[in-house]
Design a protein around this ligand. Structure first.
Ligand SMILES: [Zn+2]
Length: 434
C-alpha cells in the first residue's frame, strides 16, 4: 500500500509572477521503499543462536530478534552487548507459560515482569513479546505493556497485520514449514509479491537440542541470498517493523509552502513520540529544473538520495513524524541518480564465496574524533558523509569537498553505527561499533 498525498499550493502576489507548484509525496510501505520486511526471530535462547547464527547475522549486518525467557536467560552480558549492536532483546515471558492455562493476574505478572527485567538488564525499552506455544494473552493485558506480539499462524502478513497482538510467523526447521534454503527463498519472493511482513520463528540450530532445528548451512544460505538484495528486502527487528508500519499508517503530511526552490512540509501522527520515533521514508519527484536536492528536518540534514526507479527520478528521504518542519530544497550540485541493482530472484548464492571482508571505506573513531577515508577518485570531489545509528536515525550528515577524506569531532553513545559515503551512484558503506 502506497499512501499518496497530493497537495497543491498556489501563491499569487501583485507584481510577482504567479507560481503554482504541484507536488505529491508518497510514504514508503516499508523503510527505504523496499518491497517487504523480513524478521528473523529466535526463541528460548537455544545455544547455537549465539554461537552460529549471531556471527552470520553480524557479518551480513542484519539484526536478530531474540525472544527471551527471563528465568532461562543465563548470559545477560552477551544479550546486552547484542542489544547495543542493534539486535532486539524482547520478551518471551518470565517462565514460558501457556497463556491459555493461567489466570489474568498471572498473565499480567508474566508480561509486566519480563519487560521490567529485560529493561533493567539491557538498558533499553522492551517493546515486543512472543507468546510461548503461540497462545495469545488477553488483549487488555498484552496491550498495556507492548506495541505488538508474535504468534505463529504460518502465513505472511500483509503490510499491515490483521492483529498487532498476534502477528503471524512461520516456524523454521524440521517440524516447520520452512526446512530448506529453497523454502526460505520462496517465502522471500511471496513476501515481496504482497509487499508483506515476513516473520520467521527459529528455535534450534543443528544439534543444540532446541525445538525443530534448522541446519545452519540452510540458514546461512538464506542470509547470503538476502545480502545483495537489501534494496528489495528490509531485514529488520520485530520492533522496527511494528514501529514503521504503525507510523506509516498514522502519518499525515501537510504542505506548508511550495515554490521553485523548495517545499516545506510537516509530518505528524497521533502516536506517542517517546516510542514511535522510527524514520519513515518519503519521496517526491525531483523537479526537472533541480540538479539535486538537500532535505532538512528541524534544520538538520537528514538522509536523502536521488534515485531512479523505472523512468522516474525521485528524491527519497527519511523523516521522523512530529520531529519538526521538513524542507526539501533545490541543490545545484549535479548528481547521477542512484539505480538499485538487485540480482534476479533465481540467481543463487555462491556458497563458495564468503561475505566480503574487504572494506574500501576506513572508519576510525578515536579521542572524540571520527575519521573516514575512502578510495581517492579524482572525478568526484563532492561527497555526502552520513552516520546512522542502529535505529536508522541520522546522527551526522555532511556535504564534504574532498576526494578521499573526512574528519570531525564525534561524541556518540556506545552502539553500532552505519557510515555511508556517497556521490551519485557511487556509495561506500561500513559499520562502526563504539
Ligand atoms: Zn518458547
Amino acid at each position: 500500500m502506497l499512501r499518496t498525498v497530493l497537495l497543491i499550493f498556489i501563491s499569487a502576489a501583485i507584481g510577482l509572477k504567479m507560481s503554482a507548484q504541484e507536488v505529491s509525496f508518497e510514504i514508503a510501505t516499508w523503510y527505504g521503499f523496499k518491497e517487504a520486511a523480513v524478521c528473523y526471530t529466535f526463541d528460548d535462547g537455544c545455544a547455537n543462536q549465539f554461537t552460529k547464527a549471531r556471527p552470520m547475522f553480524d557479518s551480513a549486518g542484519f539484526p536478530m530478534t531474540l525472544f527471551t525467557v527471563t528465568n532461562w536467560a543465563s548470559n545477560w552480558s552477551v544479550l546486552k552487548a547484542m542489544a547495543e549492536q542493534g539486535h532486539e532483546i524482547a520478551s518471551h515471558a518470565v517462565s514460558h507459560p501457556n497463556f491459555g492455562q493461567i489466570s489474568a493476574e498471572q498473565q499480567d505478572n508474566e508480561l509486566a515482569n519480563s519487560k521490567v527485567i529485560i529493561e533493567e538488564k539491557i538498558g533499553q525499552p522492551c517493546l515486543t513479546h512472543a507468546y510461548p506455544y503461540c497462545v495469545k494473552a488477553l488483549d487488555s493485558i498484552i496491550s498495556k505493556y507492548y506495541i505488538s506480539a508474535r504468534g505463529c499462524q504460518g502465513f505472511i502478513e500483509n503490510s499491515t497485520p490483521l492483529d498487532y497482538y498476534n502477528v503471524s510467523s512461520i516456524i523454521v526447521g524440521n517440524l516447520g514449514a520452512v526446512k530448506t534454503y529453497t523454502d526460505f527463498k520462496n517465502s522471500f519472493q511471496q513476501a515481496a509479491q504482497k509487499k508483506g511482513w515476513l516473520v520467521f520463528l527459529i528455535h534450534g540450530i543443528d544439534n543444540d537440542g532446541g525445538y525443530s532445528p534448522i541446519p545452519s548451512n540452510e540458514l546461512q544460505k538464506s542470509v547470503l541470498y538476502l545480502v545483495p538484495r537489501t534494496p528489495k528486502y528490509w531485514v529488520t527487528t520485530f520492533k522496527a517493523a511494528t514501529l514503521y508500519s504503525k507510523e506509516r499508517n498514522a502519518a499525515r503530511i501537510t504542505l506548508i509552502s511550495s515554490n521553485d526552490e523548495q517545499y516545506t512540509l510537516n509530518i505528524t501522527d497521533s502516536l506517542s513520540d517517546s516510542i514511535y520515533s522510527h524514520p519513515l521514508t518519503l519521496r517526491c519527484v525531483l523537479p526537472s529544473s533541480w540538479p539535486s536536492a538537500v532535505v532538512k528536518q528541524n534544520q538538520q540534514t537528514v538522509f536523502s538520495r536521488i534515485v531512479q526507479r523505472d523512468t522516474a527520478v525521485f528524491i527519497e528521504f527519511d523523516v521522523i513524524p512530529d520531529a519538526g518542519e521538513v524542507v526539501v530544497m533545490k541543490d545545484n550540485t549535479p548528481v547521477v541518480p542512484e539505480v538499485d541493482s538487485i540480482p534476479p530472484d533465481e540467481q543463487d548464492v555462491n556458497t563458495a564465496i564468503e561475505l566480503p571482508t574487504q572494506q574500501p571505506l576506513k572508519v576510525i573513531a578515536q579521542n572524540g574524533k571520527l575519521r573516514v577515508s575512502w578510495p581517492a577518485n579524482n572525478s568526484y570531489r563532492f561527497w555526502q558523509v552520513i552516520v546512522n545509528d542502529s535505529l536508522g536515525r541520522i546522527v551526522l550528515s555532511r556535504n564534504v569537498y574532498s576526494n578521499n577524506f573526512f574528519e570531525e569531532s564525534f561524541q556518540a553513545k556506545k552502539g553500532m553505527y552505519y557510515i555511508q559515503v556517497k556521490n551519485g551512484s557511487l556509495a561506500y558503506r561500513a559499520k562502526l561499533l563504539l
